[in-house]
Design a protein around this ligand. Structure first.
Ligand SMILES: C[S@@+](CC[C@H](N)C(=O)[O-])C[C@H]1O[C@@H](n2cnc3c(N)ncnc32)[C@H](O)[C@@H]1O
Length: 262
C-alpha cells in the first residue's frame, strides 16, 4: 500500500528544504480553521506532520492519514517531541486518501500543501471526496488547497531547462542545491512530469545527485468547484492565498472551503 513516490530520499530532505520551511502561512491558516470549525480534524496526505502537530498544539484532536511509510515515520518522530497533552491528540494512520475507512466522523477535513494534486485521475479525485464526505459529521467542512494554474506558464518549454529553486547548508554540513525542470507536458491530461533535483555535496566532499520525479495534476477553478458539488459539497468560500484574499488573476493558490450537504 506504500507510496513509492515519497518512500525515497525526499522523506529525509522534505522538512529541511527551504521550499517547505518558508511555507508558514498555510500552517497558521489550517490551525485557525481547526479553531473555527472544531475537532476532530482529519488531515489527508499529512506527510511529516508539518500541519498536524500545529493543530494538536492548538488544542485540537487530529488524525493524519498518509500513504508513505517514510513520511509517516517522520511524523511519528515529531509527535514524540510534543508535550504529552498535545501528543495524545495526534492519531497517525497509513492509508490512501482515495480509499479509506476509519470508522469515525470528523468535523473538519483538510488536504494541505497540494496533496490533492497527486490524484491524477478524476475517478481517484471523486473517490477521495466521497470518502471525505462519508467521514464528515453533518455540515462538516472540507478545506483543500491547490496552486492556481497559469496556463501559459504551465506549457512554456522554457521549463524544460533545469532552474534553480534554492540552495542551503543542512545542519549536518551537507551543501544542497535544488533545481527543477519539467520533463514532459501532458496538456490533454492536465499533467506535468516534474523533476526536482537535489545536488548534494556531503561533508568530506562526496557528491550525489538525487532526483524526485513526480507527475502533478493541475486544476482550474471551476473544475474543482464542479468536482466538489458532484461529490456532495457546497463551496462556501474560495481564497487566492492563505491571507484569505479572494482569487484574482495573479493569486498563487486556490483554497476551497466546502460544506458537506449531508
Ligand atoms: C506535498 S506533500 C504535503 C505533506 C503535508 N500535507 C504538508 O503540508 O507538509 C504531499 C503528501 O501527500 C502524500 N500522498 C500522496 N498521495 C497520497 C494518497 N493517495 N494518500 C495519502 N497520502 C498521499 C504524499 O506521500 C506526501 O506526504
Amino acid at each position: 500500500m506504500s507510496s513509492a513516490l515519497y518512500d525515497s530520499f525526499i522523506a529525509d530532505y522534505y522538512d529541511e528544504s527551504p521550499v517547505v520551511q518558508k511555507r508558514l502561512q498555510d500552517v497558521a491558516f489550517y490551525r485557525d480553521a481547526a479553531r473555527d470549525y472544531g475537532d476532530p480534524v482529519l488531515e489527508l496526505g499529512c506527510g511529516t506532520g508539518r500541519v498536524t502537530m500545529a493543530v494538536a498544539e492548538a488544542g485540537k484532536r487530529i488524525t493524519g492519514l498518509e500513504l508513505s511509510e517514510r513520511m509517516l515515520e517522520r511524523a511519528v518522530k515529531k509527535r514524540g517531541g510534543l508535550r504529552v497533552e498535545a501528543r495524545e491528540r495526534v492519531h497517525l494512520v497509513q492509508g490512501d486518501m482515495a480509499k479509506f475507512d476509519l470508522g469515525e466522523r470528523f468535523r473538519l477535513a483538510i488536504i494541505p500543501f497540494r496533496a490533492f494534486q497527486h490524484l491524477l485521475e478524476v475517478r481517484q479525485q471523486m473517490d477521495c471526496l466521497e470518502c471525505v464526505r462519508k467521514h464528515l459529521m453533518p455540515k462538516g467542512r472540507l478545506i483543500l488547497d491547490v496552486f492556481q494554474t497559469d496556463a501559459e506558464r504551465m506549457h512554456d518549454p522554457v521549463h524544460h531547462r533545469e532552474m534553480l529553486v534554492s540552495e542551503y547548508k543542512a545542519p549536518d554540513g551537507r551543501q544542497v542545491r535544488i533545481t527543477e525542470r519539467v520533463a514532459a507536458f501532458h496538456r490533454a491530461e492536465q499533467r506535468n512530469d516534474v523533476e526536482m533535483i537535489f545536488s548534494v555535496v556531503h561533508p568530506g566532499g562526496r557528491k550525489e545527485r538525487l532526483v524526485f520525479a513526480w507527475t502533478l495534476r493541475y486544476f482550474f477553478r471551476y473544475e474543482v468547484e464542479h468536482l466538489l458539488v458532484r461529490c456532495g459539497f457546497k463551496v462556501t468560500a474560495l481564497y487566492g492565498d492563505f491571507d484569505r484574499t479572494p482569487v484574482r488573476d495573479d493569486s498563487p493558490e486556490m483554497i476551497f472551503v466546502a460544506e458537506s450537504l449531508e
